[in-house]
Design a protein around this ligand. Structure first.
Ligand code: IMP
Length: 202
């Protein structure tokens, strides 16, 4: 059975993860958290992407009895000493709001030229199996924060980010091109061989 849970409620992130996995493991059956019985979801309280990805994946694997992938990701701005980092989703406070987060980040970088706007997206993907086996992979995408939002695609900070080697913002990149260069695409492709092996063995 090629069935796997992806422990996220972020529909846009789920769509990206589904798309990348389907390209790598044809026929895989990917369930989101809305497709499984509800369970108590622990808060993401770790200081690292790896730690939070493991919290999400362990809880969903234990509750569903299925192999589970979870990603924790965010944007790390060099001049902010790596912040917002693990706090990216809630950078401007509750409730989570991408537009408000983007406005706050832009305000924090007011007057800084391109040289001072270097940043990276980071993603940790955890694969946890019901028998307790755990694997983690990290993906990084370097780039810069734009002076204003550009594009309608993607999600989160995508309109503010231009990846190194690209001419347009992440929100203007075709989906397949974002997957090819993104932190999430890199981490997920690195973990795919272990996922494929585990699913074949079930
Ligand atoms: P998480 O769901 O707790 O991992 O929070 C990740 C947050 O980081 C999201 O809410 C976005 O704000 C940001 N983020 C992570 N990956 C991306 C991406 O690929 N594009 C834009 N924003 C991202």
């Amino acid at each position: 059975m090629r069935r796997i849970v992806i422990a996220t409620r972020n529909t846009k992130k789920l769509a990206e993860l589904r798309r990348i996995l389907a390209a790598e493991i044809p026929g895989i059956d990917v369930l989101g958290l809305d497709d499984v019985e509800p369970f108590e979801e622990p808060p993401e309280i770790e200081a690292t992407f790896e730690g939070n990805a493991l919290i999400k994946a362990r809880a969903a694997a234990a509750a569903t009895g299925l192999p589970t992938l979870a990603d924790d990701s965010g944007i790390c701005v060099d001049i902010l000493n790596g912040m917002p980092g693990v706090l990216s989703a809630r950078w401007s406070g509750a409730p989570r709001d991408d537009e408000r987060n983007n406005q706050l980040l832009l305000a924090q970088l007011t007057d800084l030229s391109g040289e001072r706007r270097h940043a990276e997206f980071r993603c940790a993907v955890a694969f946890v199996q019901p028998d307790g086996e755990e694997i983690i992979e990290i993906g990084v995408m370097r780039g810069r924060i734009l002076p204003e939002p550009r594009g309608q695609g993607g999600f989160g900070y995508d309109p503010l980010f231009i990846a190194d080697g690209q001419a347009v913002s992440n929100a203007e990149l075709p989906a397949g091109e974002k997957d090819r260069v993104s932190h999430r695409g890199r981490a997920l492709r690195d973990i795919v061989p272990a996922v494929a092996t585990a699913l074949r063995a079930r």
